[in-house]
Design a protein around this ligand. Structure first.
Ligand code: UT7
Length: 335
């Protein structure tokens, strides 16, 4: 058995910046409400007419991650792609990456675990590397939210939160069992599936039926979120997942050098920071600039923290996520 470690990180954000004031011209909202409730100042939304999509953005982030890893695309043995906004209903984005990056015919797996997608993806990659089945794995988190949001007052509770973007990591084998990814922890509670959901288009909410009914009140294909309910569960599950990871590795909260929480809401991050007694330098947030990019949020934040020199060799880095499903999880890394 081996450990795995992250040796390359990359991110891609579409150029188009959408401010809170821009949103208040589309719907009844305000910069004050959005900043006070979420901490978000602006987000990136793919501009109509550009080629960007979840797969395209993922490919751009992946190219950077591979280059920084010192490997080439031919060294990659497996692709894991996490997204809730795939380019196509099927096949998933993973195979598009195999094609776009002109890679060998390696396996490509799509992970559908929303905000926890990257944590799930890292865990999957870690297991394959641990057993020795694969040596180098590319894990991508990418989201094209803006194409599927309801840009009117009816959708404001969700629409102001989400942004587009992509992040990627290259994992490789680590022979030293005290280094790299020390453990991953995954959970789900499906009874809350409908508290944060897009019901259609799906086999249950099939497009011809939706189109035929032409019902202006049918919002099944827009995201729905019971925000307060989700918020309350998020703070509990974030804490539990961090504690579980620390306990597994005989670590204390004082051992955390860098916490990268899924960027769901700045208030959630601040709550967790306070609960674990961490300083501003020990928690990385960029939701202010990018909004919530679900599966892309952790790899984008991790990439930025690393680019800014905030993660050094030997640091204990904790990734933690919670989202639709409900799903949640954590990753404990000795960088
Ligand atoms: O990433 C996956 C996990 N996601 C999360 O963890 C998100 C968790 N939830 C949240 O972040 C927060 O619940 C939200 C930011 C979504 C909402 O904040 P809130 O403080 O829970 O607000 P609320 O939903 O209770 O709404 C308060 C009021 C309502 O008006 P009334 O009923 O009090 O008159 C809403 O209609 O704010 C209204 N409202 C808005 N007003 C202006 C909702 N959205 C908006 C908006 N602009 N965009």
């Amino acid at each position: 058995m081996y450990n795995s470690k992250i040796i390359g990180l990359g991110k891609y954000l579409p150029e188009n910046i959408v401010t809170n004031d821009d949103l208040s011209r589309m719907m009844d909202t305000s910069d004050e409400w959005i900043q006070e409730r979420t901490g978000i100042k602006e987000r990136r939304w793919i501009k109509e007419g550009t080629d960007d999509s979840s797969a395209v953005m993922g490919a751009k982030a992946a190219e950077i991650a591979i280059e920084r890893s010192g490997l080439t695309k031919d060294d990659i043995d497996f692709i894991v792609f996490a997204t809730l906004s795939p380019d196509m209903y099927f096949p998933g984005c993973g195979v598009q990456i195999q094609d776009m990056l002109d890679m060998r015919t390696v396996g490509a797996l799509d992970v559908r675990n929303q905000c926890s997608g990257f944590v799930y993806g890292i865990s999957v990659a870690d297991q394959f590397i641990k057993t020795g089945m694969y040596k180098n794995i590319l894990v991508i988190g990418a989201e094209f939210h803006s194409g599927g949001l309801e840009k009117s007052t009816r959708g404001r509770g969700v629409t102001v939160i989400f942004g587009d973007g992509a992040g990627a990591a290259v994992l490789t084998r680590e022979e030293d069992k005290t280094k790299g990814i020390l453990s991953t922890h995954l959970h789900s509670e499906g009874k809350h599936a409908k508290e944060l959901v897009v019901e259609g288009p799906s086999i249950m909410h099939w497009v011809p039926e939706i189109l035929e009914a032409n019902d202006p009140d049918d919002v099944s294909y827009y995201p729905y979120m019971n925000g307060t309910f989700v918020f309350k569960h998020a703070v509990v599950r974030f804490s539990e997942a961090i504690m579980e990871g620390l306990k597994t590795n005989n670590l204390n909260k004082e051992d955390i050098d860098m916490l990268i929480p899924h960027q769901a809401n700045l208030r959630i991050s601040q709550f967790i920071q306070k609960k674990f007694g961490l300083s501003d330098d020990q928690v990385f947030n960029n939701i202010q600039r990018y909004g919530n990019t679900t599966a892309a949020s952790i790899p984008i934040a991790l990439t930025e923290a690393w680019e800014q020199g905030k993660i050094k060799e030997g640091d204990k880095v904790v990734l933690v996520a919670f989202g639709s499903g409900f799903t949640w999880g954590s990753v404990i890394i000795n960088w």
